[in-house]
Design a protein around this ligand. Structure first.
Ligand SMILES: NC(=O)c1ccc[n+]([C@@H]2O[C@H](COP(=O)([O-])OP(=O)(O)OC[C@H]3O[C@@H](n4cnc5c(N)ncnc54)[C@H](OP(=O)(O)O)[C@@H]3O)[C@@H](O)[C@H]2O)c1
Length: 299
């Protein structure tokens, strides 16, 4: 099995969390992006501690709601708990541990291999990663994080807008998956994670993001097709629809808009995804394949 992983758009945002997951396993990880990789801050206890910790212990009364059992408000982050210590105490979780007991990534693991890259076209990106990694890419883990969007009603969209959105959000992941699938099948192992958008676990209309939404919805077809074609070769491909995630790319205006749309105004943060990515990228996880996983809080 190759211990190499590639995260397209792995220098920041959610991609950096996926890169941190792979890195924490001791793998050799390549990340693309315009700027050098930024390691997510897993040290802030408020942000890195799971809201409800490791769940109720077995000796707690089953009649009580979980939050009450733990003496905690149902959502410590939502109530603006300023003290990290309190959040830690509420969930009974030592600092640096996440749900399921996952340790935060050690900072002394192999440094990420950065492929400096400015997106121009799917072909250009594939050529850049082939130049860095060789052809075949020889990766067991592929995460396609980069996924740009633009807002415009369908009636005003130009051909170049459609081309950009479909190429960057569907064709590029498709080409990368096609590039790695033969070697994964031959190796008898592969883990692929793609990124949908809010609501792309279903077919929905959008007033301003039809091109982005359509391309992202297509990724579900891609993942399910890979599961059909290669699942019996121990290759999984799943889509994560992350909801509104407060990344470094959010402007204040974007944050305010996202909060208005999110139940309770509580945005996801990148670190929330560490345990999900770890599950989907684990060699043990053969049973989740072709899934479209929404973490959009019901949206
Ligand atoms: N964040 C959300 O609220 C949200 C909601 C729904 C779906 N999603 C989806 O989730 C995925 C992750 O989103 P994200 O928030 O992490 O942001 P993103 O901008 O899609 O991805 C960030 C990564 O892509 C790189 N990147 C951005 N623009 C680039 C360009 N022009 N050329 C080359 N690389 C570029 C960044 O590198 P540098 O920063 O180093 O340039 C970084 O590594 C995306 O597919 C997105 O569509 C996100």
């Amino acid at each position: 099995m190759s211990d190499r992983g590639l995260v397209l758009g792995g220098t920041g945002g959610l991609g950096a969390v996926a890169a941190a997951v792979l890195q924490s396993q001791g793998f050799s990880v390549w990340v693309t992006g315009r700027r050098p990789p930024r390691i997510p801050d897993f040290s802030d206890p408020v942000r890195s501690t799971p809201l409800l910790g490791n769940g109720p212990s077995l000796d707690q009364s089953p009649d009580q709601p979980v939050g009450e059992q733990m003496g905690a408000p149902t959502n410590p982050r939502k109530v603006g708990n300023p003290a990290g210590e309190q959040a830690r105490e509420l969930v009974g979780n030592p600092a640096g541990e996440r749900a399921g007991g996952d340790q935060v990534p050690a900072l002394s693991v192999k440094p990420l291999n950065w492929i400096p890259h400015e997106y121009r076209s799917p072909e250009h990106t594939l050529a850049a990663v082939e130049e860095a990694l060789g052809s075949p890419l020889n990766v067991s883990y592929l995460v396609c994080n980069f996924g740009p969007f633009l807002e415009a009603p369908v009636s005003t969209m130009q051909g170049k807008d459609w081309r950009f959105l479909v190429e960057a959000n569907l064709m590029l992941p498709g080409m990368l998956v096609s590039a790695v699938l033969p070697e994964m099948i031959q190796r008898g192992f592969g883990r692929i994670v793609l990124f949908g958008a809010t609501g792309t676990d279903q077919v929905v209309g959008r007033r301003l993001t039809a091109g982005y939404q359509a391309a992202k919805t297509g990724l579900g077809v891609l993942a399910k097709s890979v599961a059909l074609e290669a699942g019996h070769h121990n290759v999984t491909c799943n889509v994560v629809c992350p909801g509104y995630v407060e990344t470094e790319y959010y402007t204040e205006a974007m944050k305010a808009k996202a909060k208005r749309r999110t139940p309770g105004g509580m945005l996801n943060i990148p670190q929330d995804f560490f345990s999900l990515f770890k599950l989907l990228l684990s060699a043990d996880t053969t049973y989740i394949n072709g899934a479209i996983i929404s973490s959009a809080q019901g949206l």
